[in-house]
Structures are given as structure tokens and as C-alpha cells.
Design a protein around this ligand. Structure first.
Ligand SMILES: C[S@@+](CC[C@H](N)C(=O)[O-])C[C@H]1O[C@@H](n2cnc3c(N)ncnc32)[C@H](O)[C@@H]1O
Length: 463
């Protein structure tokens, strides 16, 4: 998988003035690489490096990396869902991309596979090493160890990425307005017409009103009460983020809303999706329940049920748990996006992984399904030796609610078992209509719910 270029293709000259290339570590660094105060823990990061070094397959869909997920740190770095975030950006082979704060490289690796001509900058040497090892086979990826505020190059880029990085600005700059300074620092590398892409949590995200602890400081209602300190990580509300980008000279923004968040996105809505009267995004978000990454389990409400009212009141954008925003100096032509939304089914065997895209085409909305791993057979053999084929077909867009909604509502109403069965009746009916009945017990007469009840639910239904 991926594009393997000759190392000779590296346009490294622009780095040689300020950085030396460390052959062993396969990265660029300054003569004296200083300490950098960002870490997921020395032991955890050493393990990440070991897993990568021992993996023959270091690709985005590597089974070895997926199998090494044992906790949140390893999930964040090895989950197949991570890369979905950048899919809507349409980055292509040959595009010049600068990824600032590339960490241990899950996004770096995916863009390397796409064939982007990528420079990843990372302040922490150990994290940069993981990213560099992950991409060692690619001549189109270079990793540099440096504080992004000090990073130097005379290259310019079509796209500068800040994925989970802006919020740490105050920890690595002593300036008065570190967040504004960071946006300015990042945008000095943009080519004319280039875009800065920021992925960040929303301090007013619905999950935070629902009891989830703030992702960076691990405390309840921290961001919503604006308790951030001068040198702590901090996130912003949507309007604050627009103002920050605008103050730094990026006056034009286009937002995407990743659900449940930008870290492990399952569905991503575009700004256009929320303004398109024919498109109902709510159903897509039903299974996007937000996670509390500290493990705090209690919630006040079912976030999926709330989204429906939020959408009717135009509030999804402001209460989205995360933002993915493209910011430019000059306006982009209106209507330049046709994709309204995308949903990703990647937590399965790579050959069966797929994305569903909803696109506006004049008066219709088209639903197209695509495999995300090219060149695979799109067949998988199960443990029992059966072959599953995943044949994808495009479909007509039909707005509506899944039957799952009835179940969620029944649960939120503290329904009893009968009510839950009642909520599922349309599904049972569908199954019964399509079932091939072979049992003599039910073959007499048309199948009814009652005749199947004891098979469908093993517990005592009647009270
Ligand atoms: C939350 S991690 C995200 C990593 C990566 N972007 C990803 O999505 O997997 C933030 C990363 O940004 C790096 N970082 C934060 N501020 C930085 C700075 N001023 N210079 C260089 N790296 C920075 C941290 O060291 C860390 O690896």
C-alpha cells in the first residue's frame, strides 16, 4: 500500500541549513535537540515505538498495530479510525502538506500512503521517532524535530495541518497571545491559495454539558465555565475560533463537524450539510455517542436523542464536540463543496472497510459507497470458513429515522420490556416478512410476532 518514492526525490535542501539528517532515526533535527514538555508517559511512548519497530506492516490498516491497542494512548495512535478525519479534505498525491505537531504519525502515515509530499514537524524527539519509523519506507515524507514556533524552511505548502495541536500553544510559547501567534506561525508556510486546517475540541461541545470531563485537564465542566489558565491547554467555542483565525489573518473559514469527535470520527458533516434543507444529518449521528477519555461513565442524557432538537434549532454547529476547519486568506468560491457528509465503517477487516458519501448534485442528493482500501478482494473469510462478500452499490438518498430511534426513546423513558418490544415491532415485522420459515411449529399459518416471541427474547416477557 502507499507510494514509495526514491529517497533521492526528497527536496531536503531547504532543511540542510538548519537541521542535520539523523540516518539512524531517519529524521531531521537540530544539532542540540532540547527537552520538549509533551508526553503521553515515557513507558507508553517507548511501547508505541517498540510496536512500530516490530511491525512488518506499518500501514493505516495494519493488523499488527490494531492488535497492539490496549489503552487510550495506543488506541489514539493505532486506531484505524484516526485517518478518517482528513478524508474529507481531498488531499491528493503530490500535494505539499506541512503537518505541525505530527505526534506519533497516524495522520502522517495515511497522507504518506496517499502520496502527499509531506513534512511532519514534532517537538518531542521520541514521538517524532515513532512517526519517522512509521513512514520510513516513504520518500515523500520527511519528519523534523523542532518546536513549531521555531521551525524554519523556505518551502511553502498547499495545506498546513494542526490536528490536536492549537490547544497546546500556551505551553510552548511565552508570548502574550500564544494561540494567535501559533496560527500566525503556521500560516507563514502557506502557499498563495493554501489552507490552514485546524482540528480541535469545542469547549462548548454537547458532551461537556452531558457530564464528560474536559479532554485535556480531566475535570467536569471545566471548559464550559472557562476555567482555563494562562499556561494550560485550552479550547474554544466556534465563534471564538473563527475570531482567532480571523485576527491571525485567515478571514475565510469552512467548517466540518466530526462525530463523535475529531479523534475517532465515525461521521463527518460539512457546513453545507447543516444548511441543506433536503438533508437530515441526525440519523447518521445515532451511533456516534461521545466518549469520556478519562473513563468517567455517567451521563445526564442520550446525546443522540438531543441532536434531533438541536438540528431543528440550528444548534449542531455550535454544540458539535469537535471542529475541523479550513481557513484561508482569500475566499473560496461559494458552493465549491459537493460532499455534504461522510460516514466511515473502518472498524472491520480492511477488505470490507467502506465509506458512504452524501453529495449534493443539483436537485438531488446522491449516496455513494466506496471501499477505503484499494486493491483488496473485498471478500473476507470468517472463522467458520465462510466467505463474506461486501458488494457496494450507490443508492438514492432517503431521509428518515432508523428503528433504533424507537429503542433509544424507549430506553430514555425507562420503558419496560413490553414497551421495548413494541418499539422494535417494525423491525420484527420486517424480519418475519423476509424470514424463510422451516420449523413445523410456525409453518402452520402466517408467522406472527406471538409465535416468534419465545425465540426472539429468551427472558420472561409477560409480567
Ligand atoms: C494531541 S497530539 C496530536 C498528534 C498528531 N497531530 C495526531 O493527530 O496524532 C499533539 C502533538 O503536538 C505536539 N506539539 C504541540 N505543540 C507543539 C509545538 N509548539 N511544536 C511542536 N510540536 C508540538 C505534541 O508534542 C504532540 O505530539
Amino acid at each position: 500500500m502507499g507510494v514509495v518514492l526514491e529517497s533521492a526525490a526528497l527536496p531536503a535542501a531547504s532543511f540542510q541549513m538548519n537541521y542535520l539528517f539523523d540516518d539512524d532515526l531517519h529524521l531531521f533535527r537540530r544539532e542540540n535537540t532540547g527537552e520538549f514538555a509533551y508526553s503521553d508517559g515515557a513507558e507508553s511512548e517507548a511501547r508505541l515505538l517498540n510496536v512500530v519497530l516490530n511491525a512488518k506492516d506499518r500501514s493505516t490498516f495494519s493488523p499488527a498495530l490494531a492488535e497492539a491497542i490496549t489503552d487510550w494512548v495506543s488506541e489514539y495512535h493505532f486506531s484505524k479510525s484516526r485517518h478518517c478525519l482528513v478524508r474529507p479534505l481531498g488531499i491528493q498525491a503530490g500535494d505539499k502538506v506541512l503537518e505541525l505537531g505530527c505526534g506519533c504519525g497516524p495522520i502522517t502515515r495515511f497522507l504518506g500512503e496517499l502520496g502527499a509530499n509531506l513534512v511532519g514537524v514534532e517537538g518531542s524527539l521520541v514521538r517524532a521517532r515513532v512517526a519517522a519509523e512509521r513512514c520510513r519506507e516513504f520518500g515523500n515524507v520527511r519528519v523534523v524535530v523542532d518546536n513549531l514556533f521555531r521551525f524554519e524552511t523556505d518551502e511553502q505548502f498547499d495545506c498546513v495541518l494542526l490536528i490536536g495541536v492549537l490547544e497546546y500553544a500556551a505551553m510552548f510559547s511565552t508570548e502574550e497571545n500564544p494561540f494567535e501567534r501559533l496560527v500566525q506561525s503556521a500560516s507563514r508556510f502557506l502557499s498563495p491559495g493554501g489552507r490552514l486546517v485546524v482540528a480541535i475540541e469545542n469547549k462548548l461541545g454537547l458532551k461537556y454539558f452531558n457530564g464528560c470531563y474536559e479532554d485535556h485537564v480531566g475535570a467536569a465542566f471545566f471548559g464550559v465555565q472557562d476555567l482555563y489558565g494562562a499556561r494550560t491547554p485550552r479550547t474554544f467555542g466556534r465563534r471564538e475560533l473563527i475570531d482567532l483565525l480571523s485576527t491571525a489573518g485567515l478571514k475565510h473559514t469552512y467548517f466540518y463537524y466530526p462525530f463523535p469527535d475529531y479523534k475517532l470520527p465515525v461521521a463527518i458533516l460539512s457546513e453545507d450539510a447543516l444548511m441543506d434543507g433536503d438533508f437530515d444529518p441526525v440519523d447518521l449521528l445515532t451511533r456516534c455517542h461521545a466518549r469520556d477519555y478519562t473513563g468517567f461513565p455517567y451521563r445526564s442524557f442520550d446525546d443522540a436523542l438531543v441532536l434531533s432538537s438541536l438540528h431543528r434549532n440550528g444548534l449542531i454547529a455550535d454544540l458539535s464536540n469537535s471542529f475541523l476547519v479550513e481557513a484561508t486568506r482569500d475566499p473560496k468560491p461559494p458552493g465549491h463543496k459537493s460532499t455534504l457528509a461522510a460516514a466511515y465503517a473502518v472498524q472491520r477487516k480492511p477488505e470490507l472497510a467502506a465509506q458512504t458519501r452524501f453529495s449534493r448534485a443539483r436537485s438531488t442528493i446522491q449516496v455513494s459507497k466506496e471501499y477505503v482500501v484499494s486493491g483488496a478482494s473485498h471478500r473476507a473469510v470468517t472463522v467458520g470458513g465462510k466467505t463474506i462478500a461486501h458488494d457496494l452499490a450507490d443508492a438514492e438518498y432517503r431521509p428518515g429515522r432508523q428503528i433504533l430511534w424507537n429503542l433509544l426513546k424507549a430506553r430514555a423513558r425507562n420503558a419496560n420490556v413490553e414497551d421495548i418490544v413494541q418499539a422494535l415491532l417494525p423491525w420484527f415485522d420486517f424480519l418475519l416478512q423476509h424470514a424463510q420459515v422451516s420449523s413445523p411449529q410456525v409453518a402452520v399459518g402466517p408467522p406472527t410476532l406471538a409465535s416468534y416471541m419465545h425465540r426472539l427474547h429468551p427472558v420472561q416477557l409477560a409480567r
